[in-house]
Design a protein around this ligand. Structure first.
Ligand code: UD1
Length: 340
């Protein structure tokens, strides 16, 4: 079976994707620098799939190490590139760190892929490229808005770099997957999200509050022009998202792609408000969440949810799990890692 490189394969979305790849019979090699992950994730992957992927601890910022890696693994048939930093606030404070981590590394990997006979590349992008879209749901044709943060900019520039490379390359084919809001965990609770420090994203903050690690959740703003005044997002179960990566990769391997660079939105197509997300959590967990309404958070868009038509019909992928499923799995995972 094909050998696939997953960069950032010990991270949240990466680890779930490794599981789905192995479940489909692919041979997986993981590169991770452990900057925001742990080797223990390998144990979780092994428990679920019965197979331990090859793990290479490597920092993709080191161009020579990237070159050496590809020299040793010339039989790689596809790359799913997750490795990147993703904290919006941190990127504002330290833009060069973000450009180095997210752009240099991408360039080094692409340079090596250019040396292969065929190279299939899946890029981890984000709905952040749309900013506040003028029309909802958001289609892939919605204009890319000036990025609100260096992090967002790295996703836009990253897509441009790949697109330009695909234009002139004889061998490189790529798909950029624009994720909406990935949440949840594997149903086995062997892998899940492991934010370091105080979580910035909603769902880990909810589960950490319910488990007693955080005092209270702040709901950032209830005076937005939405049904209940709180922001609306498209929360997508990480396992559905992981499966989409395998489908996208197969599309390239089977040469089913319509052009050498394609873009797909990955979401459920349904928008949920912050209060609806909290209600879903309370329903499936049986816990009452301590939360308060707080001021708006700077940089938040009012509402974002995906038009899933292209992903459904062209890619042939559809999300199957619900917000309740995602909350249930996130809660199971949180309790497990806190020994509750
Ligand atoms: C955020 C990033 C986005 C990035 C994604 C990666 C911002 C502005 N956007 O998306 O660029 O791709 O993470 O995971 O940072 N909320 C609360 N209280 C909290 C935390 C969040 O009310 O403690 C609300 C937010 O206002 C938002 C929703 O929950 O309405 C989701 O927030 P979050 O999980 O941080 O995701 P995004 O902001 O959509």
């Amino acid at each position: 079976m094909h050998k696939i490189l997953v960069t950032g394969g010990l991270g949240f979305i990466g680890s779930h994707t490794v599981v789905e790849l192995q479940n489909e019979g692919y041979e997986v090699v993981i590169i991770d620098n452990l900057s925001n992950s742990s080797k223990d994730v390998l144990k979780g992957i092994t428990k679920i799939t019965g197979k331990t992927p090859l793990f290479v601890e490597l920092d993709l910022k080191d161009k020579h190490l990237v070159q050496d890696f590809f020299k040793t693994h010339q039989d790689i048939k596809g790359v799913i590139h997750f490795a990147a930093s993703k904290a919006v606030g941190e990127s504002v404070g330290n833009p060069l760190l973000y450009y180095e981590n997210n752009i240099n590394t991408l360039v080094y990997v692409l340079q090596e892929l250019n040396k292969l006979d065929t190279a299939n590349f899946i890029f981890s992008s984000s709905c952040t490229v749309y900013g506040q879209a003028d029309e909802l749901p958001i289609t892939e044709n919605a204009p890319v808005k000036p990025a609100e943060s260096p992090y967002g900019n790295t996703k836009q520039i990253g897509e441009e770099i790949i697109k330009d490379s695909c234009k002139v390359s004889q061998n490189l084919k790529a798909i950029a997957l624009r994720y909406f809001n990935p949440i949840g965990a594997h149903e086995s609770a062997h892998i899940g999200e492991l934010p370091i420090g105080v979580p910035l994203n909603l769902v880990p903050f909810i589960t950490q509050t319910a488990v007693g690690l955080r005092e209270q959740l702040s709901v950032f703003g209830d005076d937005y022009p939405t049904t209940d005044g709180t922001c609306v997002r498209d929360y997508i179960h990480v396992v559905d998202l992981a499966k989409a990566h395998v489908i996208a990769l197969k599309r390239l391997l089977d040469q089913k792609n319509e052009s050498n660079f394609e873009v797909f939105n990955l979401g459920t197509g349904t928008g949920s408000s912050v209060l609806e997300a909290i209600k879903s959590f309370e329903k499936v967990s049986g816990e009452q969440l301590n939360y308060k309404i707080a001021p708006r958070r700077e940089g938040d868009v009012v509402a974002a949810f995906a038009d899933t038509e292209k992903a459904n019909t062209v890619l042939g992928w559809k999300s199957e799990l619900t917000l309740d499923d995602a909350m249930r799995s996130a809660w199971k995972w949180e309790k497990k890692i806190r020994n509750k």
